[in-house]
Design a protein around this ligand. Structure first.
Ligand SMILES: Nc1ncnc2c1ncn2[C@@H]1O[C@H](COP(=O)(O)OP(=O)(O)O)[C@@H](O)[C@H]1O
Ligand SMILES: [Mg+2]
Length: 271
């Protein structure tokens, strides 16, 4: 298996200050502490070339899972091996094999032309010059961003920026791509072109993809397999049609996955 997670746990400690005018002062003495179990024993395996949808309501633990798999976060407990490497331990080797796109955060430099950010990535990943030229042409062509390379990132529309983010994440030819809400906020046309590109990249190069989304249309267009997470636990792992058989179609058809999860929770008596 290319990706293996077993019983991964991660809690966050949240320090809360009392509210109000004197809160800051009182906070020095009485800080309340709360623990959030972001991941409460997550396990799954993914084989090479799979395109898996990872869905669940806000706060379910999707981004935390992606961060653990990318080596950004170290879990409290559990095992994770990706292409034989432990992400947070073998960081350097690990990042050379994966690409990550966070829809709500840019990995491109805001004030400089897109091409300059790409050049920095070329150096970071030590991509040989000839290989870089070929790959850059390939990606900018497929994503339709050739004309944007000289534009500073801050001047791009969200759709244009997301296409550049994808190119940036794939320049070093990773075998695995993690996408955390890549379609969030995109217009319909941008969503379609992004989906088409991901599908093609998966088919052509066999890049494994784990895709977090709030949009069931993303899942329907791209993923045969879907994993559902809620409160840090895996609630469903199987094909989309199984999910559709199991739960009311009118619930699943809703673009809002939060409502679907609520229905699943009821079904599983987890509320
Ligand atoms: N850095 C952090 N500090 C404190 N709590 C966090 C942090 N990151 C995530 N959490 C909490 O962990 C839970 C899971 O968050 P997250 O993985 O971002 O969910 P999702 O991506 O599914 O919306 C939430 O309750 C969130 O508030
Ligand atoms: Mg998230």
């Amino acid at each position: 298996m290319q990706i293996e997670l077993n019983d991964i746990r991660k809690s966050f400690t949240i320090y809360e200050r009392p509210e109000g005018r004197w809160g800051m002062l009182r906070g020095a003495f009485t800080r309340s502490v709360r623990k959030v179990k972001a991941l409460d024993g997550i396990g799954f395996t993914i084989s090479e070339g799979e395109l898996v949808g990872y869905i669940g309501p806000n706060g379910a633990g999707k981004s935390t899972t992606v961060k653990v798999m990318s080596g950004i976060l170290t879990p409290d407990d559990g095992e994770c091996r990706i292409m034989g490497k432990i992400p947070w331990k073998n960081r350097v080797e690990h990042v050379s094999q994966i690409g990550v796109v966070f829809g709500q955060r840019s990995q491109l430099w805001w004030d400089v032309p897109v091409a300059d950010s790409f050049d920095v990535l070329k150096d970071i990943y030590a991509i040989p010059a000839a290989d870089y030229r070929v790959r850059l042409r390939e990606l900018t062509g497929a994503l339709g961003v050739d004309g944007l390379l000289k534009t500073p990132v801050r001047q791009l529309s969200l759709g244009q920026r997301m296409r550049c983010e994808l190119a940036a994440a794939l320049l070093h030819r990773p075998r695995i791509l993690f996408l955390d809400e890549p379609t969030i906020g995109l217009d319909a046309v941008s969503k379609l072109s992004l989906r088409a590109f991901l599908k093609e990249e998966n088919h052509q190069h066999g890049v494994t993809m784990v895709l977090t989304t709030h949009d069931m249309d993303d899942i329907e267009a791209l993923c045969e397999r879907v994993m559902v997470i809620g409160h840090g636990r895996l609630l469903y792992d199987g094909n989309l049609s199984g999910l559709q058989d199991k739960y009311a179609p009118e619930v699943i058809a809703k673009v809002n996955t939060d409502q679907m999860i609520a229905a699943m929770y009821e079904d599983l008596s987890l509320t």
